[in-house]
Design a protein around this ligand. Structure first.
Ligand code: T5A
Length: 210
């Protein structure tokens, strides 16, 4: 963490279709008055969006290590263009995926040796949206979302991703807030989804009640 850090950095993680984009956007809207900026990965910069296109929809075979470095390259650009300037300027930065995705997908899913580069700022809090893999897939089907290259991997790949997320959250309980959906939580803007968010981080609570 840089000494000059003044903003708040929040990330959302989880398996496909777990609701990260929905929650990141809701949070960004709720914090509009606090100059929140919402970014997605891969993407969020011109370079990142081009890498996203190649990685997810390029229609080519990509070596697993090359894939990992492409995700990291897109992230590095996003950090330098948006995330770090935002945090340093005191903004609330909300990211839809971050290095935990690489640790879970390329590390857990593909079995590569992955790491968190020391130069990448750590989030103040990471919400892990825990939805069974099949539940997320079902939502994507219902939404009519076309599966991209990574989403098209077989179910055992996605099971390994979910297990890797579980390990990451277990290893860093101070940073991760694990979110589970109860029966009411199936509705899209259900209070049970937002309620634990508001009670899971003292820093977040201070921000919310200020
Ligand atoms: N990837 C990414 C890697 O392999 N390594 C990396 O380092 C990174 C950064 C990204 C792909 O790249 C991989 C992971 C991915 O495969 P993406 O299109 O950005 O591709 O995919 P996702 O991040 O998985 O985004 P999705 O849009 O598929 O899923 P979300 O964001 O989790 O879910 P969301 O919010 O879009 O919701 C999905 C559907 O469910 C509904 C929504 O309306 C939507 O239709 N929904 C709900 N329905 C009922 N109840 C709720 N509570 C709901 N919340 C949302």
């Amino acid at each position: 963490m840089s000494p000059a850090r003044r903003g708040l950095f929040v990330t959302f993680e989880g398996v496909e279709g777990s609701g990260k984009t929905t929650q990141a956007e809701l949070l960004g809207q709720a914090l509009q008055a606090r100059d929140a900026v919402v970014v997605r990965e891969p993407g969020g910069t011109e370079l990142g969006e081009r890498i996203r296109e190649v990685l997810l929809f390029g229609g080519m075979e990509i070596d697993a290590e090359a894939e990992m470095y492409l995700f990291m390259a897109a992230r590095s650009q996003l950090i330098s263009e948006v995330i770090r300037p935002g945090i340093d300027a005191g903004q609330v930065v909300v990211a839809d995926r971050y290095p935990d995705s690489t640790l879970a997908y390329q590390g857990g899913g593909r079995g590569l040796a992955t790491y968190w580069p020391p130069a990448f700022p750590k989030p103040d809090i990471t919400f892990l949206l825990e939805l069974p893999v099949e539940g997320g897939r079902m939502r994507q089907l219902v939404a009519g979302k076309k599966a991209d290259r990574v989403e098209s991997e077989p179910s055992d790949f996605h099971d390994r991703v979910a297990s890797a997320y579980d390990r990451l959250a277990t290893d860093e309980p101070q940073r991760f807030a694990r979110m589970v959906q109860n029966a009411c939580g199936w509705s899209r803007r259900a209070p049970p989804v937002m309620q634990p968010i508001g009670t899971s981080s003292s820093r977040w609570c201070r921000l919310n009640s200020a």
